[in-house]
Design a protein around this ligand. Structure first.
Ligand code: UGA
Length: 432
């Protein structure tokens, strides 16, 4: 089947390429000319395993096409997926202006009825409003929604092996097309769940908010472990074995970051307030995660005797998690900003996201080309992202290189006993 994808960000590009892998013919549209130019040469600026190879292969097989103009290419297919950004507005709500821009363009350019599938994360009620907007404009285009659950770093795998496919659908005539699009996955028994538009929108927000809640819960339990003498790793394992709790997303750390959880929890809390149905749990999660960076700052200060002024601090990891070069809403960047405000001197290294971090951080950060250069002459080394290479470093060498052998491991990736045996003063999260 022919499909149009609008927006070649994380979700749009991965989903478009994955749909081509499922056998569809996909046209991806983005108004960023430089990006389309690069994509046509299979040059991809996000780090995602296997994506470049897939894009290159599908370009060669002419199953994937990249274009700039939506108006000129709208006749390619009746099915149009919208995967543009819905960033956080100043008041915490989701900014839907990019979605409306695309809808307006479809209204003015489409010559035939379109099935418009919203893949972007949009607050509950948005698709109903979009449907009304299309009717009010005198068109018969139909809105569906199909939220995405892929994770950065395993995005293609997640798309092709989904835990579930959720479709919001209120028009009886659209079932056949959706079934056909996802047949390559449903025939492998991946579940496709159809529900109404608002429920599908809510499933996306509820999923991300529930996962964020698990993380904040375990982070606060880690605080309690530190205060009482408990061990968060054993605690996570101990509770996670209960299948009603589940062991995933129980790793304590510097707080959740990235382009999804912070924005989606805020947006859900915001919309619930608008409906006078406050989500007190999610409000607390947002607050708890906001406070997390200050708790990390205090931890670093304490290890350095209470003050970081003019102390050289080496930061290992800038991405919001391992396996991605994405630094959006990264705890690492927020902690660096706080340390700079307190007068610390920052050296930083990340295996793949330095270029992205440089665009967002102040000039005074000294970026290094490896972990050892970051450790050299540092008063303290802070591990913020759980890149596997950080647990395999030669810590004897690191000990010799540092001015003061202090390591703060915000991801619990090192063995406390081993690292202390090297002579380090070591602190981590929720462990003694
Ligand atoms: C998240 C969801 O996991 C996806 O299902 C969803 O599709 C996506 O958002 C989205 O809405 O587009 P992602 O942002 O790629 O995916 O990252 P996660 O792997 O979920 O991690 C989010 C944050 O939580 C990271 O900062 C990570 O370090 C942190 N985290 C995760 C923890 O601190 N502890 C954990 O146990 C797990």
């Amino acid at each position: 089947m022919k499909i149009i994808f609008i927006g070649t960000g994380y979700v749009g590009l991965v989903s478009g390429a994955a749909m081509a892998k499922l056998g569809h013919e996909v046209l991806c549209v983005d108004n960023d000319q430089a990006k389309i130019h690069d994509l046509n040469k299979a040059v991809i600026h996000i780090y995602e395993p296997d994506l470049t190879e897939l894009v290159r292969q599908k370009l060669t097989q002419e199953q994937l096409i990249f274009k700039n103009s939506l108006a000129e290419n709208l006749s390619f297919s009746q099915v149009v997926f919208i995967a543009v950004g819905t960033p956080e507005a100043l008041d915490g709500s989701a900014d839907l202006s990019y979605i409306y821009q695309v809808i307006d363009e479809i209204i003015s350019s489409a010559q035939e009825q379109k099935l418009i599938v919203i893949k972007s994360t949009v607050p509950p009620g948005t698709c109903k409003k979009l449907q009304q907007y299309l009717f009010d404009a005198g068109t018969n285009h139909i809105i569906l929604t199909n939220p995405e659950f892929l994770r950065e770093g395993s995005a293609l795998h997640d798309f092709l092996h989904p835990t579930r496919i959720i479709v919001g659908i209120e028009n009886q005539d659209c079932h056949k097309i959706i079934d056909e699009i996802y047949h390559p996955l449903t025939k492998q028994n991946y579940p496709l769940i159809k529900t109404n538009l608002t429920t599908a929108e809510l499933i996306k927000y509820a999923s991300n908010s529930f996962l964020a809640t698990k993380i904040s819960f375990i982070n606060e339990m880690a605080n309690l472990c530190e205060a009482t003498g408990g061990d968060i790793s054993a605690l996570s394992y101990g509770i996670g074995l209960d299948p009603r709790i589940g062991k995933e997303f129980l790793k304590a750390g510097p707080g959740y970051g990235g382009s999804c959880f912070p924005k989606d929890t805020s947006a859900l809390a915001h919309i619930a307030r608008e409906y006078q149905q406050p989500l007190t749990i999610i409000e607390s999660v947002v607050k708890s995660n906001y406070n997390r960076k200050y708790i990390m700052l205090e931890k670093i200060k304490k290890s350095l005797g209470g003050d970081v002024k003019e102390k050289v601090i080496g930061i290992l990891g800038l991405a919001f998690k391992a396996g991605t070069n994405d630094v959006r809403d990264s705890q690492a960047l927020e902690i660096i900003e706080l340390l700079l405000d307190e007068g610390a001197l920052i050296k930083a290294y990340d295996p793949i996201s330095i270029k992205e971090a440089q665009k967002l951080l102040k000039d005074e950060v000294q970026f290094c080309t490896d972990s050892y250069k970051t450790a050299s002459n540092a008063d303290c080394l802070v591990i913020v992202t759980e890149w596997p290479e950080f647990s395999k470093l030669n810590y004897k060498k690191i000990y010799d290189l540092m001015m003061h052998p202090i390591i703060i491991d915000l991801r619990n990736i090192l063995n406390p006993l081993e690292i202390r045996n090297h002579g380090f003063k070591y602190d981590s999260i929720g462990r003694q």
